[in-house]
Design a protein around this ligand. Structure first.
Ligand SMILES: Cc1cc2nc3c(=O)[nH]c(=O)nc-3n(C[C@H](O)[C@H](O)[C@H](O)COP(=O)(O)O)c2cc1C
Length: 527
């Protein structure tokens, strides 16, 4: 735990000093965002023809489950981790994906572990997003049905190249975004998603093959993040999958991503300290039973997911209507069957503190949304005594939004977000306060889970913003303790783990946008 706390403190950006970073970017060692496994058979996946039928507004109602086939799994991966567009500016050209990523560096890799399907052999596959194809790492008979396993790993070097010590945090955020992206993509196909919390990292590393040192010789290692069960059936035990894989034939060697590296020993230390052992199943069920407020978004969910973008600037004018704001907040509250919260088997541990700039009918100011009842009194006790904790007129009763103080927070929001105007020129921005003390008593690996939850909150806001006709942007650069001090938080009972901003975006017309898979023009497309 000491190693985790030390890392957390050392990786804070401070008003007078940023966390240790590389100084300058070494373009010669810029990591390749696309990992490949040389020698692994490549199985092409069909692309989505047009759009999938589910409207975004209908995703939140039960839907019939699609059968598991190569095509439907391809659609899942395309909408969760696949390419969404190419952008070009001058001679630079870069891919964007359905899942966002700090610095667009994409540390997260996805592995599909599937039983024998009519048109896909059972085994372990790495998803190659540029090729929209599966690389078969291991062929083997897996005796489960009614779903597939999808494991996420992280390549710390991809983020450390640019962000230095803070990179480990961003890898965790990105894993959370990817997990939520998976939940939305699966919902388009009528499949529920559940994170398999009991799995330990050793099992995760073994089923993804990232512990096979010989296959990674000369290549950057991957760290296990998490594994989700996707589908209506019951998930297999880790032990059963591992023993079936015992006789598997592995193939492929991981590609090297950079010709040179800078070591960040403190990242290796925190990663080792936060490794997760196998744990007993968690049994938390959400308390909330009120139906989620509706959203008027008849657009196909697949289209909305693919057009999600991070705003690079906001117009400083657009105000969002209060009902749209209530719906966005409501979507952050966990319910037993809600996307993506049904994936998490633990109680919510992150609570947004919201800087409202432009929401119609709402006083600009500081607000708090305790995401579960028990947290409100603790947040209140931990913060400045003179915050109001007042109810908000017009806010639906089941949304526990509290006004702490009516204030113009535009300058403050930008200043604490590393002086980024995107936090001030939007309709609202927010800081996510994590319950730090209690949850971490469970074990140092919970540190990672807190960032995943933050990333998931961010992903909900990204998609809900698009549905409301505005846009969002994740903000990983912020001055941690400056926020704590302003809120009156002392000690480490609550820590600020992520910021986010939502508003009317200004489009950069200099950027040329190209379709995501034009380079696969002859690839089969299927509905
Ligand atoms: C964890 C995280 C932190 C981010 N931090 C910032 C930030 O501080 N400032 C910013 O302008 N964008 C930030 N972004 C947005 C990314 O730059 C953006 O996701 C990436 O360029 C890919 O673009 P896309 O989201 O449009 O796919 C962040 C995104 C994530 C997921």
């Amino acid at each position: 735990m000491d190693a985790v706390t030390r890392y957390h403190e050392r990786s804070k950006h401070r008003l007078d000093r940023y966390a240790p970073g590389p100084g300058e970017l070494d373009w010669a060692t810029q990591p390749d965002p696309f990992r490949r496994y040389a020698g692994a058979p490549l199985i092409e996946l069909p692309l989505i023809a047009g759009e999938l039928p589910a409207a975004y507004e209908a995703l939140f109602q039960p839907r019939p489950a699609a059968p598991f086939t190569r095509a439907s799994l391809g659609h899942l991966l395309e909408l969760a981790l696949g390419l969404a567009a190419w952008k070009a500016y001058g001679t630079n050209r870069w891919a964007l994906r359905c899942n966002p990523s700090s610095g667009n560096l994409h540390p997260t890799e996805g592995y599909l572990i599937a039983p024998e399907l009519p048109d896909l052999a059972g085994g372990v596959y790495h998803y190659a997003s540029r090729e929209h194809a599966l690389e078969q790492r291991a062929a083997c008979r897996l005796e489960f049905s009614g779903g597939v396993l999808l494991a996420l790993t992280g390549i710390h070097w991809r983020e450390a190249w640019k962000y230095g010590l803070r990179a480990y945090r961003y890898c965790q955020h990105d894993a959370g975004h990817a997990l939520a992206a998976l939940a939305y993509a699966a919902a388009c196909l009528g499949w529920p998603v559940r994170l398999l919390a009991p799995w330990g990292d050793a099992a995760l590393a073994a089923v993804t093959g990232i512990d096979r040192a010989a296959d990674f010789e000369g290549a950057e290692t991957e760290a296990p993040e998490t594994v989700a069960w996707i589908g209506p059936g019951a998930p297999p035990e880790a032990g059963a999958v591992l023993s079936a894989l015992g006789s598997a034939r592995w193939q492929g060697r991981a590609s090297a991503l950079s010709p040179g590296h800078v070591d960040w020993p403190e990242i290796a230390q925190v990663a080792a300290a936060a490794r997760k052992p196998a744990t007993p199943p968690a049994a938390w069920r959400p308390e909330r039973s009120e139906a989620l407020l509706p959203v008027a978004a008849a657009e196909a969910a697949s289209r909305l997911i693919r057009r999600r973008r991070s705003a690079q600037a906001f117009d400083g004018r657009t105000a969002i209507p209060a009902p749209a704001f209530w719906r966005m907040l409501d979507a952050l509250l966990p319910r037993a069957d809600s996307i993506p919260w049904a994936a998490l088997p633990w109680a919510p541990r992150l609570h947004p503190v919201i800087f409202v700039h432009r929401v119609e009918g709402l006083a600009p100011g500081l607000y708090c949304l305790p995401r579960r009842e028990a947290a409100e009194a603790r947040l209140q006790a931990a913060m400045r005594r003179d915050w109001l904790w007042a109810g908000v007129p017009g806010c639906p009763d089941h949304i526990p939004l509290r006004l702490l103080a009516p204030l113009d927070l535009r300058d403050f929001a930008a200043a604490v977000a590393c002086h980024q105007d995107i936090a001030a020129d939007s309709a609202f921005s927010l800081a996510m306060l994590a319950e730090f003390g209690g949850p971490l008593d469970e074990g140092p690996w919970v540190y990672r889970q807190l960032y995943w939850e933050a990333g998931m909150l961010g992903q909900v806001l990204y998609l809900e913003a698009e549905a409301a006709g505005v846009q969002g942007t994740g903000i990983g650069c912020y001055f941690d303790d400056a926020v704590h001090t302003a809120l009156g938080l002392e000690g480490r009972a609550f820590q600020d783990l992520y910021h986010f901003t939502v508003g009317g975006a200004v489009t950069d017309l200099r950027l040329v946008s190209e379709p995501p898979y034009a380079h696969l023009a002859d690839r089969a497309r299927c509905p």
